[in-house]
Design a protein. Structure first.
Length: 295
Protein backbone atom coordinates (compact mmCIF):
# COMPACT_ATOMS: atom_id res chain seq x y z
CA UNK A 1 0.00 0.00 0.00
CA UNK A 2 2.68 2.52 1.02
CA UNK A 3 4.92 1.67 -1.93
CA UNK A 4 2.06 2.07 -4.40
CA UNK A 5 0.98 5.38 -2.90
CA UNK A 6 4.56 6.62 -2.95
CA UNK A 7 4.94 5.70 -6.61
CA UNK A 8 1.64 7.41 -7.48
CA UNK A 9 2.78 10.48 -5.55
CA UNK A 10 6.04 10.60 -7.49
CA UNK A 11 4.06 10.43 -10.74
CA UNK A 12 1.92 13.40 -9.71
CA UNK A 13 4.93 15.23 -8.27
CA UNK A 14 6.85 15.05 -11.54
CA UNK A 15 3.91 16.68 -13.31
CA UNK A 16 3.79 19.44 -10.68
CA UNK A 17 7.51 19.90 -11.19
CA UNK A 18 7.03 20.49 -14.93
CA UNK A 19 4.56 23.28 -14.20
CA UNK A 20 6.63 24.72 -11.35
CA UNK A 21 9.76 25.21 -13.45
CA UNK A 22 7.77 27.57 -15.70
CA UNK A 23 6.96 29.76 -12.70
CA UNK A 24 10.47 29.73 -11.33
CA UNK A 25 12.19 30.39 -14.68
CA UNK A 26 10.12 33.50 -15.37
CA UNK A 27 10.58 34.74 -11.81
CA UNK A 28 14.31 34.11 -11.96
CA UNK A 29 14.69 36.18 -15.14
CA UNK A 30 12.26 39.09 -14.64
CA UNK A 31 11.04 38.60 -11.04
CA UNK A 32 7.41 38.20 -12.12
CA UNK A 33 4.92 35.65 -10.76
CA UNK A 34 3.19 34.64 -13.99
CA UNK A 35 -0.22 33.59 -12.67
CA UNK A 36 -1.37 32.98 -16.25
CA UNK A 37 0.95 29.96 -16.40
CA UNK A 38 -1.74 27.66 -15.00
CA UNK A 39 -4.05 28.63 -17.87
CA UNK A 40 -1.32 27.81 -20.41
CA UNK A 41 -1.20 24.36 -18.79
CA UNK A 42 -4.97 24.09 -19.29
CA UNK A 43 -4.75 25.24 -22.91
CA UNK A 44 -2.12 22.59 -23.64
CA UNK A 45 -4.57 19.83 -22.72
CA UNK A 46 -7.48 21.31 -24.70
CA UNK A 47 -5.36 22.06 -27.76
CA UNK A 48 -4.01 18.51 -27.82
CA UNK A 49 -7.51 17.02 -27.66
CA UNK A 50 -8.78 19.44 -30.32
CA UNK A 51 -5.98 18.48 -32.69
CA UNK A 52 -6.73 14.80 -32.16
CA UNK A 53 -10.49 15.16 -32.65
CA UNK A 54 -10.59 17.87 -35.32
CA UNK A 55 -7.43 17.18 -37.31
CA UNK A 56 -7.26 13.43 -36.81
CA UNK A 57 -3.69 13.50 -35.49
CA UNK A 58 -2.30 10.72 -33.35
CA UNK A 59 -1.26 11.40 -29.76
CA UNK A 60 2.43 12.20 -30.17
CA UNK A 61 2.19 14.66 -33.11
CA UNK A 62 -0.78 16.35 -31.39
CA UNK A 63 1.22 16.61 -28.16
CA UNK A 64 4.24 18.18 -29.88
CA UNK A 65 2.06 20.61 -31.85
CA UNK A 66 0.11 21.58 -28.71
CA UNK A 67 3.39 22.27 -26.87
CA UNK A 68 4.52 24.48 -29.77
CA UNK A 69 1.21 26.38 -29.60
CA UNK A 70 1.66 26.85 -25.84
CA UNK A 71 5.16 28.20 -26.44
CA UNK A 72 3.72 30.72 -28.91
CA UNK A 73 0.96 31.65 -26.46
CA UNK A 74 3.56 32.22 -23.73
CA UNK A 75 5.54 34.56 -26.00
CA UNK A 76 2.34 36.36 -27.01
CA UNK A 77 1.35 36.85 -23.36
CA UNK A 78 4.75 38.37 -22.63
CA UNK A 79 4.69 40.70 -25.63
CA UNK A 80 1.14 41.96 -25.11
CA UNK A 81 0.72 41.96 -21.32
CA UNK A 82 4.12 42.03 -19.64
CA UNK A 83 6.62 43.72 -21.96
CA UNK A 84 4.92 47.15 -21.75
CA UNK A 85 5.18 46.89 -17.95
CA UNK A 86 8.88 46.05 -17.68
CA UNK A 87 9.66 49.28 -15.83
CA UNK A 88 6.29 49.59 -14.07
CA UNK A 89 5.85 48.78 -10.36
CA UNK A 90 5.70 45.03 -9.68
CA UNK A 91 2.13 45.31 -8.43
CA UNK A 92 0.98 46.44 -11.89
CA UNK A 93 2.55 43.40 -13.53
CA UNK A 94 1.08 41.12 -10.87
CA UNK A 95 -2.44 42.46 -11.39
CA UNK A 96 -1.98 42.11 -15.14
CA UNK A 97 -0.94 38.47 -14.71
CA UNK A 98 -4.11 37.77 -12.74
CA UNK A 99 -6.15 39.53 -15.43
CA UNK A 100 -4.55 37.44 -18.19
CA UNK A 101 -5.30 34.29 -16.19
CA UNK A 102 -8.99 35.18 -15.87
CA UNK A 103 -9.19 36.16 -19.55
CA UNK A 104 -7.70 32.86 -20.75
CA UNK A 105 -9.93 30.86 -18.44
CA UNK A 106 -13.06 32.56 -19.76
CA UNK A 107 -11.83 32.26 -23.35
CA UNK A 108 -11.49 28.51 -22.83
CA UNK A 109 -15.06 28.38 -21.51
CA UNK A 110 -16.31 30.16 -24.62
CA UNK A 111 -14.44 27.85 -26.99
CA UNK A 112 -14.77 24.48 -25.24
CA UNK A 113 -17.58 25.04 -22.73
CA UNK A 114 -17.62 25.16 -18.95
CA UNK A 115 -18.41 21.49 -18.34
CA UNK A 116 -15.66 18.91 -17.79
CA UNK A 117 -14.78 16.94 -20.92
CA UNK A 118 -12.97 13.60 -21.35
CA UNK A 119 -9.57 13.21 -22.94
CA UNK A 120 -9.46 11.76 -26.46
CA UNK A 121 -9.05 8.19 -25.26
CA UNK A 122 -9.15 6.79 -28.80
CA UNK A 123 -5.71 8.30 -29.38
CA UNK A 124 -4.17 6.86 -26.21
CA UNK A 125 -2.25 3.62 -26.91
CA UNK A 126 -3.88 0.57 -25.37
CA UNK A 127 -0.64 -0.26 -23.59
CA UNK A 128 -1.05 2.90 -21.50
CA UNK A 129 -4.17 1.44 -19.87
CA UNK A 130 -2.51 -1.83 -18.93
CA UNK A 131 0.00 -2.79 -16.25
CA UNK A 132 3.46 -2.52 -17.77
CA UNK A 133 5.18 -4.48 -14.99
CA UNK A 134 5.02 -5.20 -11.28
CA UNK A 135 7.88 -4.22 -8.99
CA UNK A 136 7.30 -5.84 -5.60
CA UNK A 137 4.02 -4.42 -4.32
CA UNK A 138 3.95 -1.66 -6.96
CA UNK A 139 1.92 -1.98 -10.15
CA UNK A 140 3.26 0.32 -12.84
CA UNK A 141 0.89 1.18 -15.69
CA UNK A 142 2.04 2.00 -19.18
CA UNK A 143 0.75 5.55 -18.75
CA UNK A 144 2.72 6.08 -15.55
CA UNK A 145 5.82 4.78 -17.28
CA UNK A 146 5.19 7.21 -20.12
CA UNK A 147 4.75 10.11 -17.67
CA UNK A 148 8.01 9.22 -15.92
CA UNK A 149 9.88 9.01 -19.23
CA UNK A 150 8.49 12.29 -20.60
CA UNK A 151 8.91 14.36 -17.43
CA UNK A 152 12.41 13.13 -16.66
CA UNK A 153 13.52 13.62 -20.28
CA UNK A 154 12.14 17.17 -20.28
CA UNK A 155 13.80 18.03 -16.98
CA UNK A 156 17.14 16.68 -18.17
CA UNK A 157 16.75 18.62 -21.43
CA UNK A 158 15.87 21.80 -19.53
CA UNK A 159 18.91 21.40 -17.28
CA UNK A 160 21.17 20.97 -20.31
CA UNK A 161 19.68 24.03 -22.02
CA UNK A 162 20.21 26.20 -18.95
CA UNK A 163 23.73 24.99 -18.16
CA UNK A 164 25.24 24.04 -21.52
CA UNK A 165 23.90 26.45 -24.15
CA UNK A 166 24.50 30.12 -24.99
CA UNK A 167 20.87 31.02 -24.46
CA UNK A 168 20.98 29.28 -21.08
CA UNK A 169 24.06 31.31 -20.16
CA UNK A 170 22.20 34.45 -21.23
CA UNK A 171 19.23 33.47 -19.06
CA UNK A 172 21.48 33.03 -16.04
CA UNK A 173 23.25 36.32 -16.72
CA UNK A 174 19.93 38.13 -17.03
CA UNK A 175 18.78 36.61 -13.75
CA UNK A 176 21.94 37.86 -12.03
CA UNK A 177 21.90 41.44 -13.36
CA UNK A 178 19.71 42.60 -16.26
CA UNK A 179 21.59 45.89 -16.74
CA UNK A 180 25.00 44.25 -16.98
CA UNK A 181 23.60 41.54 -19.27
CA UNK A 182 22.25 44.18 -21.66
CA UNK A 183 25.58 46.05 -21.61
CA UNK A 184 27.35 42.81 -22.52
CA UNK A 185 25.30 42.60 -25.72
CA UNK A 186 22.57 40.17 -24.62
CA UNK A 187 19.23 40.76 -26.33
CA UNK A 188 17.11 40.98 -23.19
CA UNK A 189 13.70 40.83 -24.86
CA UNK A 190 14.68 37.81 -26.94
CA UNK A 191 15.95 35.91 -23.89
CA UNK A 192 12.79 36.73 -21.94
CA UNK A 193 10.65 35.55 -24.88
CA UNK A 194 12.63 32.30 -25.03
CA UNK A 195 12.12 31.82 -21.29
CA UNK A 196 8.35 32.23 -21.66
CA UNK A 197 8.30 29.88 -24.66
CA UNK A 198 10.28 27.19 -22.88
CA UNK A 199 8.32 27.38 -19.64
CA UNK A 200 4.97 27.49 -21.45
CA UNK A 201 5.78 24.45 -23.58
CA UNK A 202 6.60 22.46 -20.45
CA UNK A 203 3.39 23.67 -18.81
CA UNK A 204 1.40 22.59 -21.87
CA UNK A 205 3.02 19.15 -21.75
CA UNK A 206 2.04 18.84 -18.09
CA UNK A 207 -1.58 19.66 -18.95
CA UNK A 208 -1.65 16.92 -21.58
CA UNK A 209 -0.21 14.36 -19.17
CA UNK A 210 -2.74 15.27 -16.48
CA UNK A 211 -5.57 15.07 -19.00
CA UNK A 212 -4.50 11.55 -19.93
CA UNK A 213 -3.87 10.52 -16.33
CA UNK A 214 -7.27 11.62 -14.96
CA UNK A 215 -9.19 11.42 -18.26
CA UNK A 216 -10.86 14.77 -17.66
CA UNK A 217 -10.36 18.36 -18.78
CA UNK A 218 -12.01 21.57 -17.61
CA UNK A 219 -11.54 25.27 -18.25
CA UNK A 220 -10.79 25.79 -14.55
CA UNK A 221 -8.21 23.00 -14.22
CA UNK A 222 -5.38 25.49 -14.56
CA UNK A 223 -6.26 27.37 -11.38
CA UNK A 224 -5.68 24.57 -8.87
CA UNK A 225 -2.69 23.19 -10.75
CA UNK A 226 -1.19 26.65 -11.04
CA UNK A 227 -1.55 27.39 -7.34
CA UNK A 228 -0.03 24.02 -6.44
CA UNK A 229 2.84 24.48 -8.86
CA UNK A 230 3.49 27.95 -7.45
CA UNK A 231 3.50 26.40 -3.98
CA UNK A 232 5.99 23.81 -5.23
CA UNK A 233 8.22 26.56 -6.63
CA UNK A 234 8.12 28.41 -3.30
CA UNK A 235 8.76 25.18 -1.42
CA UNK A 236 11.88 24.43 -3.45
CA UNK A 237 13.04 28.05 -3.55
CA UNK A 238 11.51 30.48 -6.03
CA UNK A 239 13.98 31.19 -8.81
CA UNK A 240 15.73 27.82 -8.46
CA UNK A 241 14.98 25.30 -11.23
CA UNK A 242 16.26 22.28 -9.25
CA UNK A 243 14.28 23.59 -6.28
CA UNK A 244 11.08 23.73 -8.35
CA UNK A 245 11.63 20.12 -9.43
CA UNK A 246 12.23 19.00 -5.85
CA UNK A 247 9.29 21.03 -4.55
CA UNK A 248 6.94 19.51 -7.11
CA UNK A 249 7.94 15.97 -6.18
CA UNK A 250 7.57 16.64 -2.44
CA UNK A 251 4.17 18.28 -2.91
CA UNK A 252 2.90 15.42 -5.07
CA UNK A 253 4.06 12.76 -2.62
CA UNK A 254 2.59 14.66 0.36
CA UNK A 255 -0.76 14.98 -1.40
CA UNK A 256 -0.98 11.33 -2.39
CA UNK A 257 0.14 9.96 0.96
CA UNK A 258 -2.26 12.33 2.71
CA UNK A 259 -5.13 11.16 0.52
CA UNK A 260 -4.24 7.51 1.11
CA UNK A 261 -3.65 7.59 4.87
CA UNK A 262 -5.70 10.55 6.11
CA UNK A 263 -8.52 11.56 3.76
CA UNK A 264 -8.82 12.52 0.13
CA UNK A 265 -10.79 15.58 1.26
CA UNK A 266 -7.69 16.99 2.95
CA UNK A 267 -5.10 16.13 0.29
CA UNK A 268 -4.67 19.73 -0.85
CA UNK A 269 -4.44 21.02 2.70
CA UNK A 270 -1.81 18.46 3.67
CA UNK A 271 0.33 19.38 0.71
CA UNK A 272 0.19 23.07 1.60
CA UNK A 273 0.86 22.24 5.26
CA UNK A 274 4.18 20.68 4.22
CA UNK A 275 5.01 23.83 2.26
CA UNK A 276 4.15 26.12 5.19
CA UNK A 277 6.25 24.04 7.58
CA UNK A 278 9.27 24.23 5.28
CA UNK A 279 8.87 27.97 4.69
CA UNK A 280 8.63 28.61 8.44
CA UNK A 281 11.87 26.71 9.00
CA UNK A 282 13.63 27.91 5.83
CA UNK A 283 12.02 31.05 4.34
CA UNK A 284 14.11 30.91 1.15
CA UNK A 285 12.89 27.39 0.36
CA UNK A 286 14.75 24.10 0.30
CA UNK A 287 17.26 25.03 -2.41
CA UNK A 288 16.76 28.80 -2.50
CA UNK A 289 19.40 31.27 -1.44
CA UNK A 290 18.89 34.38 0.65
CA UNK A 291 20.33 37.26 -1.33
CA UNK A 292 20.37 41.02 -0.94
CA UNK A 293 18.62 43.47 -3.21
CA UNK A 294 20.06 43.80 -6.69
CA UNK A 295 21.87 47.00 -7.51
Amino acid sequence: MFEQQLFNGLTLGLIYALIAVGYTMVYGVIELINFAHGEVYMLGAFLCVTMINALGLSLFPAMILAMACCAAIGVLIDRIAYKPLRKAPRLAALITAIGVSIFLQNLAMIIWGSRPAPFARQAVPQAFNETAFTLGAVNVSGLQLFIYAVTIAMMVGLTLIINKTRVGTAMRALAQNPVSAALMGINVDRVIAFTFALGSSLGGAAGILVGMYYNTLSATMGYNAGVKAFAAAVLGGIGSVPGAMLGGVILGVAETLGAGYVSSEYRDGLGYAVMIAVILLRPSGLLGKSVGQKA
